[in-house]
Structures are given as C-alpha cells and as structure tokens.
Design a protein around this ligand. Structure first.
Ligand code: HXC
Length: 260
C-alpha cells in the first residue's frame, strides 16, 4: 500500500472489524493496524482470521481474533464482550461482513435472498447494536461497507442491492440517532475493485473490457483505494463527517457501470 497518511493516525484506537480476514475489509483491517490501531477481527471461518493475525503480528501490530456469524446476535454480543475484555474498549466498528453471488431474480430462492439480507443488513444492525454501549463510552464510530449496485439497477444482484440499500438506511438512521451520543456513523460504497476474490471470479475478460470503458478515471479500483477512504473517515480529519456514504468508484456508477 502507498502510505499517504501518517503511521500513527489511529494510535491508541481499538477497531472491531467484521469480515476482517479477507477481501476489501481485510485490507481496511490491516491498514488500520498499520496506522496504529489495535485490531479485533471477526469472521465465520477461523482460518480466514489466522492468516490476518499472522500478517498483522508480522509487522508488529496487535490482532485479536474471534469467530462469529454476524447473523447470530448472541454470538456477536460474545465477540464484542471478548474484544472489550481483551483490549478494554472499542473505538471503531467496521461492518464489512457480506455475502454475494450472481443469480437472476426468477431463479433466486426466498432463502437465497434472505441469506444475503441477513448477513449484510441484519448483520450490520446486529454488530452496531451490540457495540452501542462501548461506542457511546469511547465516543467512537461506525463505518459500514456498502456498494453502488442499488443506485441504479444491477441485474443478477437483486438480493445484494436490497441488502446494501438497507445498509445505507442504517448508516443514515444511526448517524442521526447516535450522533448525540458522540458516535459518528458513515459508509463507504466501493465501485469495481479488481484485486478482490469476488471480482476475479465475476470478471470474464470481455466483461472487464466493457466495464473499463465505463470507468471515468480509466482504471479499476484497488483495495488500497478503499483502505485510504476508511482511514480518512476513521481519522480526526473527519470528526464533522457523519451520515455520509462515501462513494469510491472513480465516478463509474454515474455511467451505469454494471456487472452484467
Ligand atoms: C443461487 C445461492 C447461491 C448461488 C447460495 N445460494 N449460493 N443461490 N446462486 N450461487 C442460496 C442457497 O441455495 C440457499 O438457498 C441460500 O442461498 C443459503 O445458502 P447457504 O450456502 O446455505 O448459505 P451460507 O452457507 O450461509 O452462505 C451464504 C453465502 C456465502 C451468501 C452463499 O457463502 C457467501 O456469501 N459467500 C461469498 C462471500 C463473499 O463473496 N463475500 C464478499 C461479498 S462482496 P436455498 O433456497 O437453496 O436453501 C459484496 C460486494 C457487493 O458484497 C458488490 C459487488 C460488485
């Protein structure tokens, strides 16, 4: 990652990151640790967490891991409590755990739709709700990882579009309800990010060319673009930023860039 922020901008902070083992949110988690935060990461799969813990400890950071499914409120409560027991507090929550697959609406089962809504939307609420008392104590903040799929319409993504629209609603509502407790709530909506497992799987070469022509800045996004947006929001440079979902997509949603 090309570092544009000072190494210590998150010194003394504790960040709790869901889906923090892999992908975009894994990058955000690692970047937070590289900038001084103590890291707690959670994911359904312990093996995803072990690799990130080793990476963070490799550069001298601190990383606490706790396996939990964000759909399970009691498991989330236990993960939050274990983090507070370990680090003493939580300053930043990143809701990054997400589910995704391509499926036409007429082939999607009710359970398939509900599964993604449960992970993305209900999971975001569950973690935010369970962390509320701690964030109130620390006058902390929440960053919700969203998408741009639902700004227009994205075929084969009805479940994710509905789920992320719900995430954006949660961002706005909580920013208003919890602002008075000193808790800022913002989101990040990544556009097409090429160095993710999901995008590698979804992007056939001909689709890649088609999409590239529709990205105004002329390149796909990289995970570090999202890391830098998250560092800005988490830092003291953004103490008056609340209720915003920051689009980081090179301007592509304005041209209707879609996966299909
Ligand atoms: C159709 C599918 C499906 C598929 C699962 N289902 N995969 N339907 N096509 N490819 C259906 C199942 O048939 C089932 O419904 C229901 O979904 C639940 O499936 P399970 O496998 O039992 O669920 P679970 O083990 O909980 O896994 C959920 C999952 C998850 C969503 C499939 O494994 C997952 O998301 N994996 C990928 C994680 C990922 O890529 N995360 C990054 C997200 S990126 P029935 O009716 O059969 O019971 C992102 C950014 C968005 O979100 C923007 C992108 C551009």
């Amino acid at each position: 990652m090309t570092k544009v922020f000072n190494n210590n901008i998150l010194q003394g902070k504790v960040a709790f990151v869901t889906g923090g083992g892999t992908g975009i949110t894994g990058g955000v988690a690692r970047a937070f640790a590289e900038h001084g935060a103590k890291l707690a990461i959670t994911s359904r799969k312990q093996e995803n967490l072990d690799a990130m813990k080793a990476a963070v400890e490799g550069f001298g950071g601190e990383c606490f891991t706790v396996a939990a499914d964000v759909r399970d409120y009691e498991a989330v409560e236990r993960a939050i409590a274990a983090t507070v027991e370990h680090f003493g507090k939580i300053d930043i929550v990143v809701n990054g755990a997400a589910g995704n697959f391509l499926c036409q609406a007429e082939e999607l089962s009710a359970n398939g739709f509900g599964t993604v809504v449960d992970i993305d939307t209900k999971g975001t609420f569950n973690v935010s709700r369970a962390a509320f008392e701690e964030l109130k104590r620390s006058r902390g903040q929440i960053i919700n990882i969203s998408a741009t799929l639902h700004y227009l319409a994205t075929p084969m993504q009805i479940h994710v579009s509905a789920a992320k629209a719900g995430v954006d609603a949660i961002t706005r509502n909580l920013s208003v309800e919890w602002g008075r407790h000193g808790i800022r709530v913002n989101g990040i909506a990544p556009g097409p990010i090429e160095d993710t497992e999901g995008m590698k799987r979804l992007l056939m070469p001909e689709l890649r060319e088609k999409m590239m022509r529709k990205i105004p800045v002329g390149r796909f996004g990289r995970i570090e673009d999202i890391e830098n947006a998250a560092l800005f929001l988490a830092s003291d440079a953004a103490t008056y930023v609340n209720g915003v979902t920051l689009v980081v997509d090179g301007g592509s949603w304005l041209l209707g860039t879609s996966l299909t």
